[in-house]
Design a binder for this molecule. Sequence first.
Ligand code: AMP
Length: 165
Amino acid sequence: MQEAYLLLGSNQGDRLQWLQQAICMLALLCGNLLQKSSVYETAPWGLEAQPHFLNLALLLETDKSPEALLESLQDIEEMLGRRRAELWGPRTLDIDILTYGNEVMHTEKLTIPHLFLHKRRFALAPLAEIAPNFVHPQLHKTIATLLAECSDPLSVCLYDGFLAR
Ligand code: AMP
């Protein structure tokens, strides 16, 4: 068993409903959900002329390898209507592997920890809520420190609390 931190995001349609469905599918197909952050509303990164995202971070306990986990995540994205169009463009659902245990890997399909984790406030803020003291296995800094040092100017706000929990 390994513990992986994941980031879920949606900026199309009923964003909260996509996240809730993804959480159900993850629990069914990928392992045990040990922790879940609040939901955050975040400004789009990369391609700015698109709706704001809702994001949340999860801790998943899984017996899947990183590659098998990625395949399952992509299956869930497909099942929930994701269509791959533009890079960084709008999507009903995006699921990224932020970290997988303390592994560091870089293959054609996977970079772990996620290549942009330390550069994106929309990933660091939810992750810092559930794992402030987790040490980034490559940068050797805690998530709380990486968030404090992050220069990403894009806004990240807690989404309406009673819906999000
Ligand atoms: P995206 O369009 O943001 O979902 O990017 C998906 C692509 O990023 C996939 O084809 C993956 O092979 C690749 N990728 C590389 N590293 C990761 C990671 N840590 N988590 C998820 N996808 C990854």
